[in-house]
Write a protein that binds this ligand. Structure first.
Ligand code: FAD
Length: 402
């Protein structure tokens, strides 16, 4: 049976104010003397009920093989744990799981070993679809989001899974199976791509998601060598199909708590998970107490994916620093340089136990970013080595570079 997502209300936190029931446009919320509950057969995931809820009890989700009935929910005193949905052993693709584990281990090396997920992050769902039994996605759109005059060709690709649920969280990646075989007749290794849309989809209420993919073409001794999977993805047209595996990743995840401050530092397609995180906050908690701060680097505005939509987000919602290294007549500036100009603000946030740091993008950015954190700390009487050690083991410092 295909798992689905179910919207639930946490009876421990709910103050029974009736706001959700009044807000729900499809009458999916009801109550008895004890609990407010959501009817899975009516809920269409529109999220209209999320931001009016004064406690956050409404923002709870479980992936289930069988939906919890109204009768069950009406008797709960607390929410059930996320059940591990066991795949048939025949479906498990251990080689793929190992391959992905290695890719993620390399990508997360900069966070100092295995990290833990943020306390308030939702339970992720992983390894649902394997290489032998992939999910087939249909391309619903493929848009170039960088200026065609630039060297950088980055695409926003929307994949639709029709009636199949593919539950992902902000920060997770999916695996794409490149078509064809290598010279020895073996299947190509899968490539990972970060999900760029929030958990309820690029288009809410549909089983879809988006990716941000850079067309990789490298020159070696004058010869141009196109990357296999990125070129396959960037050349797809609406209606084409793609084999998808995953979802993958259980630590680089967004905290759900509205009080969480999130510092996001990225270059290029490293913006994908941060688009997902900011959009999730915007859709569900636009007035959340926690601050969102983004440092985003590219060579020029034309090469910065999502430059237009990002520029339009108000500073009160997203404190953004867009940083360019190749502006004519201007000195080169990188994300780590701009971090230093915001030293005081970053230092203030770092002293808050509710601050989470995420770094994503090219491997080369890690060193400079960490050096800036070190400098910010020493300029503000903080001890970076102690701080990063605490942040790492409490799931508040995450790095994913490739
Ligand atoms: P490959 O075919 O793997 O080639 C890689 C490089 O080798 C290319 O530069 C190519 O030119 C060169 N090459 C290939 N064949 C030869 C040859 N015979 N001789 C010499 N050189 C050769 N990428 C994104 O765009 N967006 C994302 O959101 C994203 N998220 C990621 C998340 C994670 C956790 C990880 C680990 C990676 C992520 N990536 C992302 C990178 C992505 O997985 C791929 O590595 C990337 O798209 C390149 O794959 P490719 O198949 O196009 O290139």
């Amino acid at each position: 049976m295909q798992p689905t997502r179910q919207h639930l209300i946490d009876p421990e936190i709910c103050i029974r104010c009736n706001t959700c029931e009044e807000t729900c446009p499809v009458n999916a919320i009801t109550h008895n003397a004890d609990n407010y509950v959501v009817d899975a057969s009516k809920c269409n995931f529109c999220l209209d009920c999320i931001s009016p809820c004064p406690t956050g009890s409404i923002d709870n989700w479980r992936v289930v093989e069988r939906s919890y009935s109204l009768e069950e929910q009406l008797e709960w005193e607390d929410l059930p744990e996320q059940l591990e949905i066991v795949e048939d052993s025949g479906d498990r693709d251990e080689a793929l799981e190992l391959e992905v584990q290695n890719l993620l281990q390399q990508a997360h090396a900069g966070q100092g070993g295995r990290s833990v997920r943020p306390v308030s992050a939702s339970e992720p769902y992983i390894n649902l679809f394997s290489r032998t039994e992939p999910l087939v996605g249909r391309v619903a759109g493929n848009y170039t989001i960088t200026n065609s005059e630039t060297e950088s060709d980055i695409h926003h690709i929307v994949l639709d899974f029709g009636a199949s649920a593919f539950p992902v969280l902000e920060g997770q990646s999916i695996g794409i199976v490149p078509p064809g075989r290598d010279e020895s007749g073996r299947a190509h290794p899968i490539r990972l791509y970060s999900v760029a849309s929030p958990r309820n989809g690029e288009r809410p209420n549909h089983n879809n998601l988006s990716l941000t993919v850079k067309r990789v073409i490298e020159s070696e001794s004058g010869e141009k060598i196109p990357g296999l999977c990125s070129n396959f993805l960037c050349d797809l047209v609406k209606g084409d199909t793609v084999e998808v595996t995953g979802p993958f990743g259980s630590t680089f995840l967004m905290p759900n708590a509205p009080t969480a401050n999130i510092i996001m530092i990225c270059t290029g397609t490293g913006s994908a998970p941060f688009r997902a995180m900011t959009e999730q906050r915007r859709r569900t908690r636009p007035l959340a107490e926690g601050r969102l701060m983004l440092f985003f680097g590219a060579r020029t505005p034309e090469e910065l994916p999502y430059f237009g939509p990002l520029s339009r987000l108000p500073a009160s919602f997203l404190d953004k620093e867009l940083v360019f290294s190749r502006l004519p007549g201007k000195p080169k500036e990188y994300v780590q340089d701009r971090m230093l100009t915001r030293s005081g603000d970053i230092a203030r946030l770092l002293q808050d136990d509710e601050t989470y740091v995420y770094i994503c993008g090219l491997k080369g950015m890690e060193e400079g970013v960490e050096a800036s954190f070190q400098k910010i700390c020493s300029d503000n009487a903080l001890n970076w080595s102690d701080l990063i050690a605490t942040m790492r083991c409490t799931g508040r410092y995450h790095c994913e570079t490739y």
